[in-house]
Design a protein around this ligand. Sequence first.
Ligand code: KIV
Ligand code: ZN
Length: 560
Amino acid sequence: MEQGFQKYIPFHPVSLPERQWPNKVIEKAPIWCSVDLRDGNQALVNPMNLEEKLLFFKTLVDIGFKEIEVGFPSASETEYEILRALIDRNLIPDDVTIQVLVQARSHLIQKTFEAISGAKNVIIHFYNSTSTLQRKVVFDTDMQGVIDIAIEGAKLIKELTEQEVAKTGANIRFEYSPESFSGTEMDNAVLICDKVLEVLETTPERKVILNLPNTVEGMMPNQHADQIEYFCRHLKGRACAIISLHPHNDRGTATAATEMGLLAGADRVEGTLFGNGERTGNADIMNLAMNMYTQGVDPGLDFSEINHIKEIYEQCTEMKVHERHPYAGKLVFTAFSGSHQDAINKGVDYMKKHHSKYWQVPYLPIDPADLGRQYEPIIRINSQSGKGGAAFIMQQIFGYQIPKEMHPEFGRLVKAACDKAGREILPKEILEIFENEYLKINKPYNLKTYKIHEENDADNETVVHFEGDLRFENEDHMITGLGNGPVDAFFNALKSVGITDYKFVSYSEHAISEGANSKAVSYIQLEGPKGAISFGVGFDSNISLASIKGIICAINRAQK
Ligand code: KIV
Ligand code: ZN
């Protein structure tokens, strides 16, 4: 019995044993052309209305697109009106070229020329389908029939262009797409494109765009790259053509197909933001551009406010950007795994310490700030998180540089809270845990007042006097002590009331800003009875008192 998969015809790759593209790298950005307002728009449940298209157009201009396919004006009245609004309201910057799509059919071409009248820079993009399958099942014609359609279309476009240029002086360029290029025999694709170049009398100074659509992605990206390299090598008019890619994403590999297509010789890419478009969509230009960016190549497009772009996109298209969408997804700068969190933490520290001019953070291929995104959501803490994660949040968001030795203890406290809540813990909840555990504890010992002063002894050495009012066991106790510094004097004062079990192990402190002021935070590690370790934190505008509070905190916690 035949099985389901046996009804499919495998793709037949073009033969290109001497292929060059695998040895190349992308060193510069291609010419980008957004087809959001046409290919993207035509694939929406609710196509954009005039206001939405104008807003989207402005956003594309702000991102930096210089070529924008604005629609298919001969296909519907709405498309026609939108194009007119762009031209009549003077909304197209002088350095931006609008592109209009039209089938290679005479009445549609005529209508397209009416629609563009008055525009300064225009690409007339005409197409007809050339694929083996469409010739057989849709048009019932041979290759010559398809070539004739393209030639007739090209002749009419050339003639109408000459008239329009004579009338308005517009800068009109041409683009031809053998639709379903990737499903066409390569020699036929080359043949029809060379014929079109001939009719349009193209020159190296006035190149024509040959757009090679992967209309339905039906092969692996390397096989598509072979097609592009084959085409470029065999096209007689290569010097007179700008080779453009137009990948769709049916196999989910449009980004790879585009990148390999560029290696194979293409100069230009048509695609959409976030890969919107027919079926599985077009190539995602944001993804491609940011991939180049992370390889040190300037993409020439600005995605530094990705959240804003995403908002406009979602508003105009009524589509959603997936949470795991490269660069733009809500979760792409979130690390749940403890080892990832730890490595990110170390990467950030490493960069600071070495004043690194390069981005060197494991698990984050790009600095979120380059997309206008925050460090804040990088690490979310749940019960799977490692010991360093909570400390990282405390440092990045709240400025507390909790010492390494304290990470396991604080990590355990946060993990217990996650387990209890049965969900992820937010940064502000982590801060609350920290404050409740370390800053608000004042039992059994509570230092109510204190005085510190310094004197020189007979040998001219500085002696610090500590005097304070320590409340415990429901009574206030006056404590006094001398030492070579405030901490030493305080320890000695504690001894005066019998608190003798604690040894100082380590200490660190730093300043932390609170509004316009800065305060001191101290982290104290003590060794208590039977060698038990206890940590304490002190927070005060006076650095000596911050240390003393840290000691009391550590003792209080040891006695909990
Ligand atoms: O995908 C495609 O083939 C197209 C052409 C009309 C360029 O969108
Ligand atoms: Zn398309």
